[in-house]
Write a new protein. Structure first.
Length: 238
């Protein structure tokens, strides 16, 4: 392999309920590697052999810090799950796989067995769809927080969600940690920063105004969040 290529596509059918996307990356030793930034999602990673069979399958939990991935000449396919979905489907505690990579067979033996096929990705998607049909996904209180975050991550009010859902703050924190892998405020931070990064190309250099419009206290606050969550200052990511 001499070049690296990455692309994403949507899932179809019932699996689309839980999946943000299906992504594919063909690596190269000539590439320089890449920085993976927290996105509130958990992934299933499949490392493929040249014949399309699966050499390795693993679960990568929600990330709380940026990670530099070295270039490797491998063909990877990933299922990126929306926040709060993978842990309930696998019936595992999301916090136990936070910032970790574990074998798929250790947390989802049935899903791992589905890969023993001449169409491993299709069979895995079938297994995901079957699990979705049998379960309800994230708890209502988790969905409510995630809806609030999508609406305005800078203005998340956990107390308000608790009142609306009729639960205590302690209950929300416990369930959210179990199903998402981290607390609501962290998810809101990552979501807000992702929106800032999406606006950077059209607002290059106007960091103070972008910070103010995005709900940061000032430009320094934005820079600190960039360094903490993305491992770089705004000028390096623009």
């Amino acid at each position: 392999m001499t070049t690296s290529a990455y692309h994403e596509r949507a899932a179809h059918g019932l699996a689309d309920t839980a999946l943000e996307c299906i992504w594919e990356h063909v690596g190269s030793t000539e590439a320089t590697g890449h920085l993976v930034i927290p996105d509130n999602c958990a992934d299933i990673l499949l490392e493929l052999e040249p014949d399309g069979s699966v050499a390795d399958a693993s679960v990568v939990g929600l990330m709380t810090r940026p990670v530099h991935v070295a270039a490797r000449p491998v063909h990877m396919v990933g299922l990126r799950f929306r926040p709060g979905w993978l842990a309930p489907l696998l019936r595992v505690d999301a916090a136990t796989v936070r910032d970790a990579r574990v074998p798929l067979s250790s947390v989802a033996p049935a899903w791992a067995r589905a890969l023993d096929s001449d169409q491993p990705l299709e069979r895995l998607l079938d297994a995901v769809a079957t699990s979705i049909a049998a379960q309800r996904g994230p708890a209502p209180v988790v969905r409510a927080v995630l809806d609030e975050v999508r609406t305005n991550p800078a203005e998340l009010r956990v107390e308000s969600v608790c009142r609306t859902q009729g639960v205590s703050r302690q209950f929300l924190a416990r369930v959210f940690n179990q199903q998402v892998g981290i607390g609501p405020k962290f998810v809101a931070r990552v979501t807000r920063l992702a929106r800032v990064r999406g606006a950077m190309s059209s607002r290059r250099g106007d960091w103070a105004r972008l910070a103010a419009e995005s709900g940061y206290a000032d430009q320094s606050h934005l820079v600190r969040e960039m360094r903490s969550l993305a491992g770089a200052v705004p000028t390096a990511l623009a």
